[in-house]
Design a protein around this ligand. Structure first.
Ligand code: PRP
Ligand code: ADE
Length: 182
């Protein structure tokens, strides 16, 4: 019964993520989550699936700007954990740690407030899409600079053909789950 409910949620979620060809550049098929967010049942199903897969005793849920914020915040509240944002450069007002990385469609840099997470904190990282793994990898590197423990990575959709999971495993991040893998 539990499994059937989960399968039904996954089907609902899959039907609410739209493929947009050649966005943001030719050759990239963009996975658009806005129809999922616009559906209360769909959005709730995604949050339920992430919570069900999450380890217990999480102190902090980290979400990455911008789409990661949307999923990480309700997950943090449901788990009784704090929410900490990883942001693009120039957005956080305090002293930051910084990490650059490569994306499927460009290069980027992410920042984390240096004092946002205690060194012994158990951290769950939540994002919408795992593509090349660059974003999660950079976030993991930021957490490593602090000394926090990255316990698990949860995403709504993994683009398996881009090898993000292998990229993460090569960096010692071997606990991750995706609601959907394409
Ligand atoms: O595994 P990767 O190759 O790193 O790709 C995945 C990341 O790319 C997207 O973010 P994007 O940088 O497009 O920013 P946005 O959330 O602000 O749209 C997505 O939300 C993930 O964070
Ligand atoms: N193809 C894609 N669709 C949506 N978000 C992404 N982030 C990186 N690649 C993506």
């Amino acid at each position: 019964m539990h499994l059937e409910q989960s399968e039904a949620r996954k089907r609902l979620i899959a039907g609410l993520i739209r493929d947009v060809p050649d966005f943001p550049k030719p050759g990239v098929t963009f996975k658009d989550i806005t129809p999922l967010l616009a559906s209360p049942n769909g959005f709730q199903a995604a949050i339920t699936e992430i919570i069900d897969a999450a380890p217990r005793d999480i102190d902090v849920v980290v979400g990455m700007e911008a789409r990661g914020f949307i999923f990480a915040s309700p997950v943090a509240l449901a788990l009784g954990a704090g929410f900490v944002p990883v942001r693009k450069p120039g957005k956080l007002p305090g002293a930051v740690l910084s990490q650059s990385f490569e994306l499927e469609y460009g290069s980027a840099e992410l920042n984390l407030h240096a004092d946002a997470i205690k060194p012994d904190a158990r951290v769950l990282v939540v994002d919408d899409v795992l593509a090349t793994g660059g974003t999660v990898g950079a976030t993991a590197a930021l957490l490593k600079q602090i000394g926090a423990e990255l316990v698990h990575v949860s995403v709504v959709m993994e683009l398996g053909f881009l090898g993000g999971r292998e990229y993460l495993v090569q960096r010692g991040i071997d606990s991750s789950s995706a609601i959907l893998t394409v």
